[in-house]
Design a protein around this ligand. Sequence first.
Ligand code: CAA
Length: 387
Amino acid sequence: MDFPLYAPAEEHDMLRETVRALADEKIAPRAAEADEAGEFPWDVYKALVATDLHAIHVPEQYGGAGGDALAAVIVIEEVARACASSSLIPAVNKLGTVPLLLSASEEVKARYLGPVARGDAMFSYALSEAEAGSDAAAMKTRAVRDGDHYVLNGAKMWITNAGVSEYYTLMAVTDPAAGARGISAFVVEKSDEGVSFGPKERKLGIRASPTRQVILDNVRIPETRMIGAPGSGFKTALATLDHTRVTIAAQALGIAQGALDYAIGYVKERKQFGRAIADFQGLQFMIADMAMKLEAARQLTYHAAAKSELAMHGQPQKDLTFLSSAAKCAASDAAMEITTDAVQLLGGYGYTQDFPVERMMRDAKITQIYEGTNQIQRMVMARQLLK
Ligand code: CAA
């Protein structure tokens, strides 16, 4: 698709309307219940698959919808406006498969992208470990060559949608002497013998998206499942995040928009001192600040998405690393502030589970932490600026 930089095209606006209608009808009514139960919303997944919104980024040549990076942002944003957990369906499908799009052989792409495009499988990304979070290159999971196979042992931690995803892009050490250049990326399947999952983490937010360990006990996989060349896995992992931190920014925008929209509706209805509380200038200034921060973060995110799209199609963008970190950091910090202020605008009601803003505030918090903490984002930005 040939969309102009920064500005959504008419197709993007139509896409937003479609996703919003689906989210209002089928996702928003399930969000509180899914959060409370801590259960993956399979009905939402099916609704997203039925409308081809579960992995819109997969190129047409692999059977996908061929949406550009801004289209993926809009889908994630609009789903997150209703339910942050559900927005991890399109987001993590993208996170798991971008390593393939960037670095895998045609054989691996053809084998694994089709099932994702059809909605037959989801795809997660397994980089972190218990002792290798921000310092991702400190991972210990080993992949040892054995003839034309590799044997994997170790445990990856904090893996979003682990257990519900069929496939995993998993980084493991193939040459322990080579540091970050000794890490390789593989496709691991849920059904591979020796793969198991830890218990679901008991989390503050995104409770309807399972976060579990992926445990590898002598998992033997063919060497053809390696993504890219031996030793290129860490670079692929970081290059992937250059694209997908934009999707976390999108998730943060959606959560914040949901909270802002709800709060605006509330202050116009709620009466104190004989009038709607929206009449009070102190609250008007809060609303104005919330919308201003949100729109600034949105423009930065769309700008980063446009750069991501160009970079995906053979036009490297030297500022993509900076912009994707900046968008993720700005949008998630904005989302935390906006959702906290939305709770404040609803007062005591906002603090209860009878209203959605407390869930949105809990969900916003993770966007400052995953795909690199906002401290790591600032480090990445500073490195780009100072190098
Ligand atoms: N693209 C491609 N290659 C890159 C790169 C990029 N953006 N950034 C660095 N590299 C290359 C470097 O050039 C270097 O290669 P050479 O040695 O060949 O030059 C190699 O990668 C190592 O780079 P650094 O020395 O800069 O690596 P580092 O160990 O200092 O760490 C880091 C870099 C930025 C701190 C990185 O570890 C990082 O981003 N940490 C945060 C981890 C993270 O984001 N985890 C997210 C987990 S996924 C998740 O959260 C998903 C979810 O649940 C939804």
